[in-house]
Design a protein around this ligand. Sequence first.
Ligand code: SF4
Length: 354
Amino acid sequence: MTKVVNVGGILLGGGNPVRIQSMNNTKTQDVKGTLEQIARLRDAGCDITRVTVPDMEAAEALKTIAKESPIPVVADIHFDYRLAIEAAKNGASKIRINPGNIGGPEKLRQVADVCKERGLPIRVGVNSGSIDRKLVEEYGGVCADNMTRSALEAVKLLEDVDFDNIVISIKSSSPKLTIDTYRLMSKACDYPLHVGVTEAGTLKEGVVKSAVGIGTLLAEGIGDTIRVSLTGDPVDEVYAAKSILKALDLTTGGITFVSCPTCGRTEVPLIEIANEIESRISNLPYNLKVSVMGCAVNGPGEAKESDIGLAGGKDEFLLFEKGKIIRKLKAETAVDEFVEEVIKLGEEKSQAAR
Ligand code: SF4
């Protein structure tokens, strides 16, 4: 069991739910744009976001961003310990640094002291591209052993200045290397682990790599907080992270969407219909499993585990709940009616649970 770390009121580690993180891709100096994006991230289900702090102007902007953000904001710092100190003073809920490149033990101590005074954790962020060249030469290349060693050495730098409110990330763009490294790290310490496949790529490729890397580790009980890293809208990172957690039953609440792959029996434009329904219901707050199936022969049976479902027929659809057919829906109004039924059922279940 990992230790518990408090990031602006969100507890990480120690068996707490796996937290979803993302990172703004706005200019931090653009306070309005950054806050707008944070609101979208929060609405999508993001627990914690991170902003880059490359200069004092960004550190100053963080004051308003942290104050007005509805979710904790982590400051991402490279090289300059003064920016880390300023970000901590300006309301960041966590600081992400590589302790090995912040300017030496004295400067690291100053960062650690300010974080300690404010109860802020520090994420030790190491990735495959930034590990010590000597360690790379010693092992003949980047591998799980030297990545883990590099991260543990960075952690030791913080422990040496009496700081242990730590989260660790050791990411690689290779899912396989990420998996191997976090497996080693989870045995080597009990600090909470921030898991992700870094620079995973665009939406299509990046989601698959992240699902493999993050999903494998979470299935083994490794990982306290996750970030899917995509070249694109960070809101998509949050949707992907939620899907990974749902696939492993690591989250409660929200819609679990099931749809069939279609086959020769399909007589409705199921691909468009499934996409439209998914986009309209995927963000609803109800804890429901929803199915959209191509035919009435196998549809209800295949989806009998679902709370509510739609099965295509010839010019009509069948609405079913828990595998039992409830009524027929006309093809032209089926999507709207089905979405209404999902909301109605979600409301009923929510009220019954209160
Ligand atoms: S549910 Fe029906 S249409 Fe969909 S794949 Fe199965 S048999 Fe084919």
